[in-house]
Structure formats: C-alpha cells, structure tokens
Ligand binder design. Sequence first.
Ligand code: HAM
Length: 415
Amino acid sequence: MKDILPPESAVWQVVENKLRDVFNLFGYKEIRTPFLENLNLFERGIGEATDIVEKEMYIFNDSKGRQSALRPEMTASVARAFIENNLNQIQSVHRLFYVGPMFRHERPQAGRLRQFHQFGGECIGLNDPISDVDVIYLIYQLLAELGITDFTIRMNSLGSQDSKQKYSKTLREYLSSYKTKLCDLCQDRLDRNVFRVLDCKNDECQALTQSAPLILDVQSKDDQNYFNQIVHILEQMQIPFRIDPRMVRGLDYYTNTVFEISHPSLGAKDALGAGGRYNNLIQSLGGADTPAIGFAVGLERLLMILSQEKILKNSAGQDKLYLVSMGEESMKQNYFLLNELRKQKFLVEMDMSCKNIKYQMKQANKLKANWCLIRGEDELTSQQIVIKNMDSGDECKILFDQLFEFLNQSVKSEI
Ligand code: HAM
C-alpha cells in the first residue's frame, strides 16, 4: 500500500479530472460506495472458487461476529447498491462510474499492490450488442484522452449461464482424461472451477488446453449471434480488437462478452483493464432480472504507462505567482495582497518566514513560478511594485494601483 504524495498527487488529479469529463460525456454518473462490505456479497458475487475470494480478501470480524471485507473490486458493490436503493424503479438504464481504492492481498510487485485504484463504469439495464460496443468505445475514448493508443483489446464470449454450464461439462470431460498431467492446482480446479485451468500459467497445463474444445463453439446460436453482432459493429467503426477464444475471466459473474486490455509496457501477465457482461449477477444477489456490462482499469498500471511529466506540463494552464518581500512590513503587506489575489482566483504563494531575497527567488524557481511580485520598504513608500517575468527574465516597476489591471491582462488564469 502506498502513499501518494505531491507532486505525484497532482498527476492523479489531472488524470481523474480527464476521466470524469469523458464519463460525463458518455452519460455516466458517479457512484461512491463504502469500502467495507459484508463478506458474503463478494463470496456470492465474485464466486467462492476464485483467487480473489479464496486468497486475496482482507476480512474482519466486527464486535458482533459479523464478517466484513474490504472491497476487492466494485462490480459486486455497485450491484448491491443498485438493489438496495431500488435504482431499477427510478429508470430502466443506469450508467454509473467510479474512481477509488480496492484491496487485494496479493504478493506486491511492480503494478501489483494491496491497495490499488480502479476507475470503471457499469452500464446496467441494457442487453443489446450496441451497449457492449458503447462500453468498448468508452474505454477507447478514456484511454485516448490520456494519450494512450498502443493498447490491445482481446475479446471473447462465454455465452449465457446455460452455455457456460454446458461448456464446463465439456471441458471437464475433456481434461479429465489428462488429469494426472495437470498441475496440482489445476487438478483441484477441475472439480471446483474448471474455467481457471484455461488461465493456468504452467507450461504443461497450457499445452494440454491448446486442443481443448472452445467455448465459442459450444455456446448457443443466440449467444454466437449476439457476439457476432458486436464484432460486426466494432469492425464497421474500425475499432481494433482481437478475438481470444481461450480467454476466460477470473471472476465468476461474467456471461457473454468478456474482454481484457493489455499494453506492451505491462507485459503479458498484467492487464491494464478488463470487463464484461454480467447478466445474472444482480438477480443472483436478490435483485430483479437485470442485464449489465462494465469494465475497470487499474490506475497505478495506467500511471506506469503515462509520461507523468507530459501530463503535468500539458495541464499547467494557469500561471503561478510568487510574492517576494524584503523586510517585515512588506511581508505583512504582501500577506494581505496574497489573500486578495487568492480571492480573485490567482494561483499564488509566498514565503512566510522572512528569509532573504536570494532564498525567496530560489523558492520561486523551485515552484516554477511564472511571475514574481517583489516589494521592499522603497516600493511601499513609493506605492509601487516590481514585477519579474520568470520565463523571460524581464523586470518592470509599476504603480501598485495598476497591479490588478496588469495581472488581468498578462497572467494566464484558467479557473
Ligand atoms: P479485474 O480484472 O479483477 O476486474 O481488475 C481490473 C483491473 O484492476 C486490472 O486489469 C488491473 O489493472 C487492476 N488491478 C487488479 N488487481 C490489481 C492489483 N493488485 N494491483 C494493481 N492493479 C490491480 C475487475 O475488478 C472487475 N470488477 C471489472 C469489471 C467491471 N467487470 C465488469 N465491470
């Protein structure tokens, strides 16, 4: 778990603001849910035989012996909030987005943390290929807004719950004849969650699954037709993607469309983001029969890809001012000026420790101030102020009365 300190926190703010703008454009509204949920929600939602539920959750007993867990992801929480707040009675379609911390007790390494952040969106109430396409398109727009274009989206369809069950049986039958050749973990997975064998990183397990039947071939005509329509629309929109007929996801709630987003700088092991359709989750948690699709992207992984410097530079739209004081009286007068400038939404700082001018100019440079406003006893007496443009080095002295006119004309302020 890591602290996010300045100046990195400024990068987070810029990225989050950009993401919010794109979500708004696509009609998504923000949802914030508690970090702590009843453990049972994740067991039922994500699935008991998944890595997240079996090994990765932070679980607590409260004083009454109830078990709570820190949320490892948001989809189950959003589904719970949807049911509990009767959102289906307000309107039939909800588009919800979130940005926030998730918790998984994984072995920490680059791009894998125990407290990490996701941004994601859930489109609830639609079951039409266009809505799947729109979620994929949203991901493209979110990443494009941040200047990321060299990512790959791999897609597959798991089919409906019925098709999934049929495929589990087919795959189990096929793999059973090779049971002793599978790794210990996969021998166990064979009975408990056979899809996970397709995900195993063990070479021998991978080789054995190469000629296993494919889920796309086993699913119903309706499911195949649904997926083909998505593929067709994405092709018409010239949105690049790849079909990966072996991809299954590590969470049990998925049905039909699933996808993963990868990026060359993260390597094959770690996805940048992922998602899919979960048409049965809300009903299985006690809600009405409500189809849905969503995705989530890991923010730490996203930030590993981005040039943080470029992000900050491109977003530094507002000029920074620094007030320099020579002597105690000018420091006090500058403090009043500081507050006046703050009121007028200028980005401004000053030294409050009465250090010498050399130190203050150094601070101004460190803060990358664009302008210094300098006053000493002389300037106070003559009611003037020195203005130094830190980019060009030019300096001039003007009447204090004309300061705001000057600033309004010359200083870039975007608030
Ligand atoms: P997920 O694949 O478990 O899906 O996680 C989505 C993304 O969260 C990953 O691709 C990765 O970028 C990030 N992530 C996961 N674990 C870690 C970690 N330990 N450290 C850093 N980043 C991590 C879900 O969570 C689903 N809820 C996505 C979804 C939304 N499906 C439908 N709606």
